[in-house]
Design a protein. Structure first.
Ligand code: ZN
Length: 314
């Protein structure tokens, strides 16, 4: 992993001089600060961006959290395989700024790398709800104290009914990061804790189609070309775009789904503290994504969301 991260660190240092923020794209930004937004009634859907690949979906009394990650770690911690866990002050910040209800119905984990799963056990303890995840994600949460009765070990094809939401589990793939998938592997049983950052193993990547508030939302954290999502005609497609449109994968995914709206996800530099706000990752290439939408006439309206902003999906 060190071999993978050292070049990445070089890219990061280079990128600080030209890194850009969301305010270059005012015309694409959707949503209002979550602390000022009104809750959506049961026949509507509000979606709040929580950073990295984290989202709150709220409709009436139903609240679902996807990949919430507030207790950020430095790249140095990853390179040196530090042990890391949730920090109460970061969780409190995320809950307040995201206006996350004090009780939620479910957590969905797309895969169990630290930037998707690290805060789930501590948040579940605080906010309740069930955890829908792969066998590996479930094993990690159990190791970190999530009660077994709250864990839903999930595979592609499974369907969960949670509050007013129907959640379909789809197969997914992990992005290639500088040519390889990091921290691969699975747990069949709860691993010994504490976990080093490289022990948050990938497990089986999953994507979800969530029917909630009269809308259909597709949500993933990434993928590879040649494996388009098995979802069609969604209202909102949240498409992992951490490596830009690698090998045409982003375009393929969007075309397959024919969405009304498209939100590229996981484009931010998640080694920053959550309080420092959205900065594009040096590996993301949003100008290219935007150009593909325009030049290749992709279906769906492209949008962006800032940290802790909530948007009522029309
Ligand atoms: Zn990952």
């Amino acid at each position: 992993m060190t071999r993978l991260l050292l070049p990445l660190a070089g890219v990061a240092i280079f990128a600080t001089s030209c890194s850009h923020r969301l305010n270059s794209y005012e015309d694409l930004l959707h949503g209002d600060p979550a602390t000022l937004a009104q809750r959506a009634p049961a026949d509507e859907l509000a979606i709040t961006y929580l950073g990295v690949n984290g989202y709150l979906l709220q409709s009436g009394d139903t609240a679902i959290l996807v990949d919430p990650f507030f207790s950020r770690v430095s790249m140095r911690d990853v390179v040196f395989k530090a042990e890391a866990g949730s920090r109460p002050e970061d969780l409190a910040y995320g809950i307040t700024e995201g206006a996350i209800p004090h009780q939620v119905d479910a957590f969905l984990i797309t895969h169990s790398h630290f930037d998707h799963a690290l805060d789930v056990p501590a948040l579940q303890k605080q906010l309740g709800g069930v955890v829908i995840a792969s066998e590996t994600g479930v094993a990690i949460c159990e190791a970190l104290g999530t009660p077994r009765g709250r864990l839903r070990r999930s595979r592609p094809g499974d369907v969960h009914q949670v509050g007013g939401a129907t959640i379909r589990v789809l197969a997914a793939h992990h992005d290639l990061v500088l040519g390889k998938v990091p921290f691969q592997g699975c747990y069949e049983k709860p691993p010994a804790t504490p976990l080093r950052l490289d022990q948050w193993l990938l497990g089986t990547p999953l994507a979800y189609v969530i029917e909630i508030g009269g809308k259909r939302v597709y949500l993933e954290s990434g993928g590879v070309a040649g494996h388009p999502p098995a979802a069609k005609d969604v209202d909102l497609a949240i498409v992992g775009a951490a490596p830009g449109d690698r090998d045409g994968r982003y375009e393929e995914a969007v075309r397959a789904m024919n969405p009304r709206f498209v939100l590229p996800s996981h484009q931010d530099w998640f080694f920053n503290p959550v309080r420092s706000g959205f900065h594009f990752s040096p590996l993301a290439n949003f100008p290219e994504i935007r150009a593909i939408h325009t030049v290749n006439e992709l279906p769906g309206r492209l949008l962006l969301m800032d940290y802790f902003h909530a948007w009522r999906v029309p």
